[in-house]
Ligand binder design. Structure first.
Ligand code: ADP
Ligand code: MG
Length: 185
C-alpha cells in the first residue's frame, strides 16, 4: 500500500466450502499511469487465504480494496508480484473466480428469475434450469418476486438477485464489492 494511505485490513472467519481454493498473494504492486506521472496504489501486498475462509477487506475509500479484488478476480493484472489460486496463476476469464459488483447489474428488461437464469451453466437443460432458478431465488428470499423486473424491486432485492445469479458458477473464490452505509468503498 502507499505510505500516504491507510492500508486495507483483512478480517477472516473460517467456513466450510467444498470447492474453495487457497489464495496466495505475494509481493503484489499495482500502480497506474496518470497525468502527473504514476499513482502507486498497492505495494508489497502479501496475503495468504486458506480454502473456505471468508475474508473482508476493509479500509477507507480509495485505499485500494477494489483494486485488490479486481486483481484476485482476474479483471486486472498486478504491475509486479504474483497471485495464485491453489498454486496456479489467474487468467482473465478464470472460472475459479466470480465477482459481485457494487451495483446489481441486472438486465432491466428481464425478470429476476430470467436474470438469475443467466448465471446457470449451459449444460443444465430443460426443466432442470427452472428448478435451479427456483432454488436460487428461495435461497436469497426472493421466491415471491421471481416475475418482477429490477425497477420494481428494492435495491437490496436487486442485489440479492445479483448474488443468486453469481452462485451457480460455484466459484472457488467469490469477490463481493460492497457499499458501506457511509460511503462507497
Ligand atoms: N485505472 C485507474 N487509473 C488511475 N488510478 C486508479 C485506477 N483505478 C484505481 N485508481 C486509484 O487507485 C486508488 C484506489 O482505488 P480503489 O481500489 O477503487 O479504492 P477503494 O479502496 O475505495 O475500493 C484510488 O486513488 C483510485 O483513484
Ligand atoms: Mg471500492
Amino acid at each position: 500500500m502507499t505510505s500516504t494511505l491507510v492500508p486495507p485490513r483483512v478480517v477472516t472467519a473460517p467456513v466450510q466450502v467444498g470447492t474453495a481454493n487457497t489464495v496466495r498473494i505475494e509481493n503484489v504492486e499495482r500502480s497506474f499511469a496518470v497525468r502527473e506521472g504514476r499513482r502507486d496504489v498497492l505495494r508489497g501486498v502479501d496475503i495468504e487465504l486458506g480454502a473456505g475462509e471468508i475474508v473482508a477487506v476493509v479500509g477507507p475509500s480509495g485505499c485500494g480494496k477494489s483494486t485488490l479484488l479486481r486483481l484476485i478476480g482476474g479483471l486486472d493484472a498486478p504491475t509486479s508480484g504474483t497471485i495464485r489460486l491453489d498454486g496456479t496463476g489467474i487468467s482473465d476469464t478464470d472460472e475459479r473466480t466470480a465477482i459481485s459488483f457494487q451495483e446489481p447489474r441486472l438486465l432491466p428488461w428481464r425478470t429476476l428469475a430470467q436474470n438469475v437464469e443467466l448465471g446457470l451453466p449451459r449444460r443444465l437443460r430443460g426443466r432442470a434450469r427452472g428448478e435451479r432458478v427456483r432454488e436460487l431465488l428461495e435461497l436469497v428470499g426472493l421466491s415471491h418476486a421471481a416475475d418482477q423486473r429490477p425497477r420494481e424491486v428494492s435495491g437490496g432485492m436487486a442485489q440479492r438477485a445479483s448474488l443468486a445469479r453469481l452462485l451457480p458458477a460455484t466459484p472457488a473464490c467469490c469477490c463481493l464489492m460492497n457499499r458501506s452505509a457511509r460511503s462507497t468503498h
